[in-house]
Design a protein around this ligand. Structure first.
Ligand code: UD1
Ligand code: PEP
Length: 429
């Protein structure tokens, strides 16, 4: 199993190209199930989750081709993916595939919408909480589907097709919003999603579905209305830049000092996290080429945060921000409200000398002046990268083990950081 070795102490200076968003790419790929024509996605990141989902989609009958785009010096430019689901050959998404990744469960929406039936294994994904699927089940039931759970599978049938309805989520869910929005595109009549997720990835999916002929309005607000249409067609769509990758590298620079351009990044996708970073002592500027980040010279200030659905501070940046706060000049509090078990990085950060107390949903971090390198274990995707950020600022060598989590969501992390002066390498094992 690969590990990553980081020797701390170097500033980051240079340019980091920001990839297309993993969390936008996955539902966009799934949207290809809704049409028998080709969906072409540009700026697709090279990630393990993308490859994994491709396997699942292939199993349903999606043909695909990949054209890597290597333009000039930017060998990290995103790939182009052509996806064609001319015929759905299998409406079952098996346990062996779906258990590896939460988002693969979302195929249930397009499958039942197009084929009027689906059999999808209950999902897996990062071990950050219980992550039930009740909102999906209630939402698809509202659209007229019959649903049963059989042997770990959600079995959905809608022999006459789905019918538009009001779907009111008790809590904001990104995945349930993606899934019901996709399902509603081919339902008869109007669907209204109330308390919808407003995340940029939902907006990106709606934009792509509209390019495919769907009738959607209200994306980016908490009420989305979809008028069902009889069929969707092929389209071209470019994946939105990854706001979590953007925030992660911005936090890395806030941690190490230096001056980095996050190429292609957009401040409007993560205002809340960037405001927090400004309070902690980073200067952040939108430029025509991306976001520039450097420290304001006053060290790292402690800032309290609470994770919230968009436009609040994202849970997917909580671990990275905690890493930054371990070196702040004082005490900060981080409250996690989205997932009940998303503090697995705390014990690993402690190995580097961080001082963190957890009480229920809140962690209190006493900033220390020095972190010291140590072997640590990656427990989930964002926790893994938080350990890299801490390692970049720690004295000596930090080895992050089990980095397969990182490869799910960060495209060539070590290359991107090395180009900016970090001492970091992958050890194949
Ligand atoms: C691939 C992808 O895009 N993953 C993101 C997505 O995950 P995901 O879509 O799985 O997360 P949700 O937004 O659905 O989860 C939000 C909360 O709702 C709960 N819930 C969700 C569905 C349901 O049927 N019942 C229920 O109780 C969850 O347990 C959680 O407490 O949004 C999360 C919240 O921004 C991010 O951390 C993940 O990175
Ligand atoms: C939690 C994440 O992914 P997933 O929902 O696929 O587990 C994430 O991207 O941080």
């Amino acid at each position: 199993m690969d590990s990553i070795k980081v020797v701390g102490g170097s500033e980051l200076n240079g340019v980091i190209p920001i990839s297309g968003a993993k969390n936008a790419t996955l539902p966009l790929m799934i949207a290809s199930l809704l049409t028998d024509e080709t969906l072409t996605l540009n700026n697709v990141p090279r990630l393990r989750d993308v490859a994994q989902l491709m396997q699942i989609l292939s199993n349903h009958g999606v043909d695909y081709s990949v054209n890597g785009k290597r333009s000039g010096q930017d060998e990290l430019a995103g790939q182009t993916l052509n996806l064609t689901a001319r015929e759905i050959v299998d409406t079952t998404a098996p346990y062996e595939l779906v258990s590896k990744m939460r988002a693969s469960f979302w195929v249930i929406g397009p499958l039942v919408s197009r084929c009027h039936e689906a059999r999808v294994s209950l999902p897996g994904g990062c071990a950050i909480g219980t992550r039930p699927v009740d909102f999906f089940i209630d939402g698809l039931s509202a659209l007229g589907a019959d649903i049963e759970i059989e042997g770990g599978y959600v079995v959905v049938k809608a022999p006459g097709g789905l019918k538009g309805a009001r779907v009111d989520f008790p809590k904001v869910s990104v995945g349930a919003t993606h899934t019901i929005m996709m399902a509603a595109t081919l339902a008869k009549g109007e669907t209204e999603i109330v308390n919808a997720a407003r995340e940029p990835e939902v907006v990106d999916l709606a934009k792509c579905l509209k390019a495919m002929g769907a009738k959607i309005e209200g994306e980016g607000t908490s009420t989305i209305r979809i008028q069902g249409v009889p069929r969707l067609h092929g389209a071209h769509h470019s994946v939105v830049p990854d706001r979590i990758e953007t925030g992660t590298y911005a936090m890395a620079v806030a941690m190490t000092g230096g001056d980095v351009l996050l190429q292609g990044a957009r401040t409007d996708l993560l205002e809340s996290a960037l405001d927090t970073l400004r309070q902690s002592g980073a200067e952040i500027e939108q430029t025509p080429d991306g976001i520039k980040v450097y420290r304001n010279g006053n060290g790292i200030q402690p800032v309290d945060i609470t994770t919230e659905p968009f436009p609040g501070f994202p849970t997917d940046l909580q671990a990275q921000f905690m890493a930054l706060m371990t070196r702040a000049g004082g005490s900060s509090r981080i409250t996690e409200t989205i997932f009940e078990n998303r503090f697995m990085h705390v014990q690993e950060l402690a190995r580097l000398g961080a001082q963190i107390q957890v009480d229920g949903r809140t962690a209190t971090i006493e900033g220390v002046s020095t972190l010291r390198g140590a072997p640590v274990m990656a427990t989930d995707l964002r926790a893994s990268v938080s350990l890299v950020i801490a390692g970049l600022a720690a004295e000596g060598e930090t080895t992050v083990n089990r980095v397969y989590h990182l490869d799910r969501g960060f495209e060539r992390l070590e290359d991107k950081l090395t180009r900016c002066g970090a001492t970091i390498e992958r050890i194949s094992g």
